[in-house]
Ligand binder design. Structure first.
Ligand SMILES: Nc1nc2c(c(=O)[nH]1)N[C@H]1C(S)=C(S)[C@@H](COP(=O)(O)OP(=O)(O)OC[C@H]3O[C@@H](n4cnc5c(=O)[nH]c(N)nc54)[C@H](O)[C@@H]3O)O[C@H]1N2
Ligand SMILES: Nc1nc2c(c(=O)[nH]1)N[C@H]1C(S)=C(S)[C@@H](COP(=O)(O)OP(=O)(O)OC[C@H]3O[C@@H](n4cnc5c(=O)[nH]c(N)nc54)[C@H](O)[C@@H]3O)O[C@H]1N2
Ligand SMILES: [Mo]
Length: 781
């Protein structure tokens, strides 16, 4: 094993930056022509500045915006960026922020308000015709509203009346399982704990959440392989690794602060490999996000990384190919394997080795779309490395075989003992800023009996043991009339979920929908027979309760828990905190409850005291959460303690999935543009991919275009072919030539969710297959 990390020359596997030659054709949603622009060129720093300034101007926050930015992700007294879950810089950077975090925060900080006058002026039917951009652009929701069927408008309602309406509806159900309680990954740990306590004390585990669409596969795989649902790395490991393999993530857009880690790694000469059907911006340029203050200094550099352009769904085959090359090398030189790790800490190695031996190179090449020599080159990089981190996001998880792929990551890492030591391990890139904390604090439709036993004992409740509904099955149950009350703490269920039409029909089929939100969105318009909009404080706003100002805690993607305080006056006096709203609804539902809902609301330290008794790793929560940078939840797997049935890390033998599309079909992956946060669209541009004023597009390989007689920006219709034989179509999209493997195409969520049939979800994770839809494409007739 070499101790000197070597850098792989950039031109090894990369195939050049993507080029988009866009000619204007047809107006887009905002009435402008789609066009090409040059912000993909290495002066993108100014593009970022322009993009941020536009958002600041639109939210009328040019003065307060920068002040808020200075307080983001600060170790003392700041608030946690509500954007992504990348950890804060442990060296206490003065400006640990990024372009997209700034957009996200200023979006929440707008002074514009959608109050009673707004709702009096528009029927729900009229609003349903508005664009999603226009809905959120009305500003912050300002007071509780209830739907009035007589006028088809939302009208004001007092907070207590709203709580009573929820309580009466829930108590009127034949069974608590006729209600579902959705969470988006923004909810604080304290609100999360109250939410699941309310649902379970009421009597159901129907707790669908955005993880069901996001990293459910990672959680299940890591749990099975390592006995932990989370990654084992922390940010220090990222600083010590000598090989970083980054799979299925668009880091420059979706975890921009990861670029700081990548830039530092690059400077240290670390090998960086990006595995992605698209060559994304992070592999081409290193833009250090916290240098936002000196925008002109944004440093576009050639990162000199290796790009492996795998076909959509081909990651498992690629990983297995690397494992095959490693095991072949071990035949000559057994020391390339970490025998000690394998013998002492793992189980199942011999069966795995035999499976890999039996798998033919030809199949691995065909399924990954990467030739054998390229796979061997990646394997050589792995063999040269002493400390490897493999990181991944949605490109791997939103697949039929997402669990198997993540388990294959662990298999590969284990071969060379890259688990539970410094600078090495599996490191998923989590999504929403607190999506990991939501799971830690009890949002789980499949809770373990151990968790429920402790919850019952500490909180004196009798939680149900039966598993509840996840996101896909909640939609089905609403459609069948089995779920009659739908409560959402944040998020935009109507748009974020697959099969937009089925979700819409499901929501409309309920007795009551309750949306706790900050901004108007589609989920307020796709509502039940009765409907409530309950506006809450955002993370940037002061939260005053009876005992004084409150902070809430969050957990980042690397298990660090810290406290976050607001920094400005609430946009409206009629807002309540998420904890207060939850406590109000819970009391109205459970009038005789012994849970001290009112006392919890008065002082969140009391919620944390209870959490400290229920949640492993949260001992002494109130003190530790107030330490600078907070505390890290202990990770047994990091210390090679594996809480699996065998007490060892488990090798897994998964079959090689067939991901090659049949003749005439293509595989569609849906993803985010640079200017959106999930269902919130900031503009119709996708700067790093060189697209302007266009979202209804499909990125396609030139040869696949030629085979269909399509020219650049031609109008196309896309039809998806679901596994149950049903088809769904969108019309009048534009095809954009792109550097993407043949047979693979990509476009944007949430517009393309309409194509994702509700029945198309993974048997391994129940995740919707939003990165793997079989489609056919024809010129628009
Ligand atoms: N600015 C911003 N930040 C965000 C979000 C946002 O919307 N905007 N969303 C947050 C959330 S909730 C999440 S979960 C994360 C999502 O972060 P990402 O996972 O980066 O999200 P996507 O935009 O869906 O991009 C998926 C990436 O996977 C690649 N890909 C697609 N199919 C495959 C495949 O089969 N194999 C491989 N190897 N790659 C593939 C795509 O080309 C793309 O680069 O980001 C979080 N951060
Ligand atoms: N086709 C396709 N579909 C996907 C994906 C994909 O890659 N492809 N990705 C999936 C993934 S990874 C995810 S995480 C989901 C995202 O699904 P969600 O989390 O449901 O959607 P968001 O767009 O993040 O939710 C935005 C809304 O949250 C509300 N909000 C914002 N801040 C706050 C707050 O502080 N408190 C409260 N209560 N509300 C707030 C606002 O009203 C805003 O309109 O989408 C999934 N859907
Ligand atoms: Mo996510």
């Amino acid at each position: 094993m070499s101790n000197t990390p070597r850098r792989i020359p950039g031109d090894d596997l990369g195939r050049g930056a993507p080029g988009v030659a866009a000619r204007g054709r047809g107006p887009n949603r905002q009435g402008e022509e789609p066009s090409q622009h040059d912000d993909t060129a290495p002066s993108a720093g100014w593009g970022a500045a322009r993009s941020v300034l536009k958002v600041l101007a639109r939210t009328r926050e040019p003065a307060n915006g920068p002040k808020a930015v200075m307080k983001m992700n600060h170790e003392n007294g700041g608030f946690d960026c509500p954007g992504c879950a990348w950890p804060d810089d442990i060296k206490g950077l003065h400006l640990d922020v990024c372009e997209n975090g700034i957009k996200h925060v200023t979006w929440e900080m707008t002074h514009k308000k959608a109050g009673r006058e707004f709702f009096a002026a528009h029927t729900v039917t009229e609003l349903s015709g508005w664009s999603d951009f226009a809905l959120e652009d009305q500003g912050r929701l300002a007071e509780p509203m209830v739907y009035d069927p007589a006028t088809d408008k939302y009208v004001p309602i007092g907070w207590q009346d709203a709580f009573d309406l929820v309580g009466t509806a829930l108590r009127g159900l034949a069974s608590p399982d006729e209600a579902a309680f959705y969470t988006s990954g923004r909810l604080s740990n304290e609100a999360t704990f109250l939410y699941q306590l309310w649902a379970r004390e009421f009597g159901t585990n129907n707790l669908p959440d955005c993880s069901n669409m996001c990293h459910e596969a990672s959680g299940r795989a890591l749990q099975a392989s390592l006995g932990t649902g989370k990654g084992t790395c922390d940010i220090k490991d990222w600083e010590e690794a000598d090989l970083l393999i980054v799979m299925g993530v668009n880091a420059a857009t979706n975890a921009p602060r990861m670029l700081t880690a990548l830039a530092e790694a690059y400077r240290r000469g670390v090998q960086i490999v990006h595995v992605n059907p698209l060559v994304e911006a992070a592999s081409r340029r290193t833009i250090v996000p916290h240098e936002f203050g000196a925008m002109a200094a944004f440093r576009p550099t050639d990162t000199g990384t290796m790009d492996v352009q795998v076909r959509i769904g081909g990651d498992l085959a690629l990983l297995r190919g690397v494992a095959k090359a490693v095991l072949e090398a071990a035949e000559d030189d057994p020391s390339v394997l970490d025998r000690e790790f394998i013998d002492v800490h793992s189980a199942g190695f011999d069966a795995y080795r035999e499976l890999v031996r039996r798998t033919e190179w030809a199949d691995l090449v065909r399924q990954s779309a990467i030739d054998e020599e390229q796979i061997r080159k990646l394997a050589r990089a792995y063999l040269r490395s002493d400390r490897t981190i493999i990181s991944w996001c949605l490109g791997l998880t939103q697949q039929d075989h997402g669990v198997d792929t993540v388990r294959e990551i662990v298999n590969l890492l284990m071969l060379r003992g890259n688990i539970g030591r410094e600078g090495a391990g599996p490191s998923p890139v989590r999504g929403h800023s607190n999506v990991q904390g939501n799971r830690t604090c009890g949002i789980d439709h499949r809770p373990t009996p151990q968790f429920l036993d402790v919850l019952d004992e500490v909180c004196q409740i009798d939680a149900p043991r039966a598993h509840g509904l996840d996101t896909v099955h909640t939609i089905k149950a609403m459609g069948e009339g089995k779920v009659k009350v739908f409560v959402a703490l944040g998020g935009n269920f109507a748009l974020a979920t697959p099969d937009t039409d089925a979700t819409d029909a499901g929501l409309r089929n309920t007795e009551l929908t309750v949306q706790v939100s900050t901004k108007l969105n589609r989920s307020h318009l796709a509502h039940g027979r009765r409907a409530l909009i309950l506006p809450c404080l955002g993370r940037t706003e002061h939260d005053m309760q009876a005992s004084g100002e409150q902070g809430v805690s969050v957990e980042d993607g690397m298990s660090m828990v810290h406290i976050s305080y607001g920094m400005r006056h609430p946009v409206s006096p009629d807002l309540k905190s998420e904890c207060a709203i939850l406590a109000g609804m819970a009391r109205a539902t459970l009038p005789a409850s012994h849970t001290p809902w009112e006392s919890y609301t008065a002082d969140y330290d009391r919620i944390r005291d209870t959490m400290a008794r229920v949640l492993p790793g949260f001992e002494d929560f109130n003190r530790r959460v107030r330490e600078p940078l907070g505390f890290r939840i202990a990770q047994p797997a990091r210390d090679r303690v594996f809480l699996t049935a065998s007490g060892r890390a488990e090798f897994h033998e998964s079959p090689l999935p067939d991901v090659v599309p049949p003749e005439g079909r293509l595989v569609l992956s849906t993803m985010r543009s640079h200017d959106q946060f999930n269902t919130t669209i900031y503009s119709d541009n996708d700067r790093y991919r060189g697209v302007k004023n266009l979202r209804t597009l499909l990125f396609m390989n030139r040869e696949d275009m030629a085979a269909r007689g399509l020219g650049e920006l031609d109008l196309i219709d896309i039809t998806s072919h679901a596994r149950d034989g049903s088809t769904r179509s969108v019309y009048g999209y534009h095809v954009v030539a792109y550097d993407i493997p043949r047979g693979s195409v990509a476009g944007y969520m949430p517009e393309l969710n309409i194509l994702c049939g509700l029945g198309d979800y993974s048997a391994q994770s129940d995740q919707p297959l939003t990165k793997h839809q079989l489609v056919s494409v024809t010129a628009s007739g």
